[in-house]
Design a protein around this ligand. Sequence first.
Ligand SMILES: [Zn+2]
Ligand SMILES: [Zn+2]
Length: 371
Amino acid sequence: MSVEQLYKRLHQIPELAFEEFETSKLIQQELCKIGIPFKVICGTGVVGLIDVGKDKTILLRADIDALPIKEKTELEYSSKNDNMHACGHDAHVAMLLAASKEIFSNKSKLNCNVKFIFQPGEERAGGASKLVNEGVLENPRVDACFAMHVWPSLAAGTLGLKNGVLTALGTRFTIEISAPGGHIAEVKPNKNPIYVASKILTEVEKLWRKDARIHISKIKSGIGSGNIIDTKCVMTGEARVLCASDADNFITTLRNICVKVGNETGLVVKFDFQIAKEYPSVVNNKGMNELINQITLPYMAIKWIENPSFGCEDFSNYAQNGAVSSFVLLGCTPSEYIGTNAIHTPIFKLDLSALSLGAKIFTDVALNYSG
Ligand SMILES: [Zn+2]
Ligand SMILES: [Zn+2]
């Protein structure tokens, strides 16, 4: 199948994290046809290897999972179920499969071994760290890692590169307010957990900064009819930071807010947090970016990105034990949709011309990497 055929086929069968059974089967069939030996890992993950007996090994990665979004693009190859490849992981798989065929037929030119990772569960469940725990970085040991993400703010034909920190570290937190509850005719404002939650919400929103993001995303309280004040209100939120010290600062500040509001109201305000260990920041290697810049300059418009993204990406897990890595942003938006196209929406669209360019980039990176 051509890269476009693969993409359209995958686009019709989107599957959620660790349920990518049909997707995994298709990947395995394609690798079989090409002749690349592979192993199935963590249920639906696939790891192919071209071992040419070199000292160095490069890892090329595509994530394979989709999202629980009902597609509204009206494309003739729209999703056939209630999920959607609204993050473009179908494109990543199609491009890496097309590249694996090209790399395999040029394996005599390789200066390194090539490991192909088709990774389940990027959107949630931390698929990359699970694969790493299963030993995906060993046998042979990985020296460099490379991946792409389709990027809707860039037009097809553009490649976004950024040195250093590219993505954020996430910290999830919950705040639980316990109150006596009671009849609406009797409860005082300071004892209404929803009112107390609103005081905390107001304080939290003031913490939002350009270089460190924080929001309350869920508030849950209330039972039965309108005349009962609940005994509890639970707030859930998330902070996205670019350095670990900012996460520590947010945790201290949130804890102080909870203590202050607890003292003011006499209610019990509990605070708990969880740092997303499976999604550390992606940090790109300058030397590897420079190599990608040189390789792709003849056929891509290179855009050096200034600001990091506040998204999270578990590709960061592969850059361990001294392995360098680069994660680049592949322009994918049809010119008529520039400014309105976005991932994780039911109308996300991809310019098909981005696919063969992405496949070429994967191929050229493997063929030019020598360590
Ligand atoms: Zn996504
Ligand atoms: Zn994604």
